[in-house]
Design a protein around this ligand. Structure first.
Ligand code: B12
Length: 262
């Protein structure tokens, strides 16, 4: 069989049989987004590195296309569908079963060779692929993510979504609960703390996806510029980025919450 087109990490999932499609298989893939933090001003509100560049949903889906084309060329008209954090899919459990990596204590999937700064995606397809072996857990007795979480959201292998900074700053539509005041460690959008302290991330190497590179003007923003950001500036800085998810009002709410005077 011809070689699969190059992908940062590719692995074939253990066969997943669903009653509605008995021949179903899932290919689970990981797409590296690691970059060291690049914000120029250490006192500026922090943006999670996954939101630095172009929206990963779009980028990764685009990168999956050649792989899907290759499958069609090799096997003919195979029914398939791709997901990138875009459907009710057990991305982490499947990635572990596929051997990509294990679900760590912070609940992100970790690879020994790479750490955890990658997105998961899948191609579900009607093709009888041989499964890979599942990954095994290498968290051991480590508790760094648990101890470092600014809001104590992590217990081993579980994140309390109602305490996670990522949830509050990205997903929550209402006001952030006052009891969280002073506990966000300057995170304005998402949070990378549990991954930054993970010892496996010493093996992370920077991505080579140009579309994930941040706009220089976003990285050079000072604390005052963040707090004074207008909607026009927000739209320009976050155009096409996953950072748009909060919308302008959501980011403003997060910034107000970080300000000591409130
Ligand atoms: C909801 C969600 C969130 C929520 C809740 C996260 C959580 N840990 O619960 C919030 C908004 C907080 C969030 C935050 C983040 N997320 Co998120 N998120 C998701 C999403 C959309 C669904 C996860 C989910 O709830 N699945 C349903 C549940 C039932 O499945 P599960 O969590 O895998 O749980 C299973 C097992 O782990 C296990 N299990 C889980 N808990 C427990 C507890 C016990 C006691 C036991 C026994 C078993 C067990 O059983 C479950 C059923 O099999 C996934 C995409 C996806 N479709 O999977 C991305 C995803 C997990 N997120 C991702 C990322 C990058 C992040 C952030 C790093 C972003 C950021 N920088 O801010 C943070 C990390 C925070 C953290 N430590 O988890 C990536 C992770 C990539 C990776 N390497 O693993 C994913 C996979 C998206 C993607 N396609 O790349 N996220």
């Amino acid at each position: 069989m011809a070689k699969w087109p190059t992908w940062p990490t590719t692995s074939i999932c253990a066969s997943i049989r669903a009653s509605w499609c008995p021949a179903l298989r899932a290919t689970s893939l990981a797409y590296n987004y690691y970059t060291p933090p690049q914000q120029a001003h250490p006192d500026a509100p922090k943006l999670s590195t996954y939101a630095y560049g172009r929206d990963y949903h779009k980028v990764v889906k685009q990168r999956l296309k050649p792989l899907m084309q290759f499958i069609q060329e090799q096997f003919g008209a195979v029914e398939m569908r791709a997901f990138v954090d875009s459907g009710p899919v057990m991305e982490k459990a499947w990635a572990q079963r596929a051997g990509i990596g294990w679900v760590g204590k912070h609940t992100n999937v970790i690879r020994q060779q790479q750490g955890s700064f990658f997105f998961l995606c899948e191609i579900i397809l009607d093709l009888d692929l041989a499964p890979d072996a599942p990954a095994t857990d290498h968290c051991g007795t480590c508790r760094r993510c648990i101890d470092a979480c600014p809001t104590d959201a992590i217990t081993p292998y579980a994140v309390d979504g109602s305490k996670c900074i990522s949830y509050f700053t990205i997903e929550l539509k209402d006001a952030i609960p006052q009891e969280m005041k002073g506990r966000f460690a300057d995170w304005a959008f998402g949070c990378d703390v549990c991954q930054q302290v993970c010892p496996w991330n010493r093996f992370a190497t920077p991505h080579n996806e140009p579309q994930f590179n941040p706009k220089p003007e976003l990285m050079s923003m000072t604390k005052d510029e963040w707090h004074g950001m207008t909607e026009v500036v927000f739209d320009k800085l976050f155009e096409g980025s996953a950072g748009k998810r909060t919308k302008f009002e959501g980011l403003k709410r997060n910034l107000r919450f970080l300000a000591p005077e409130q």
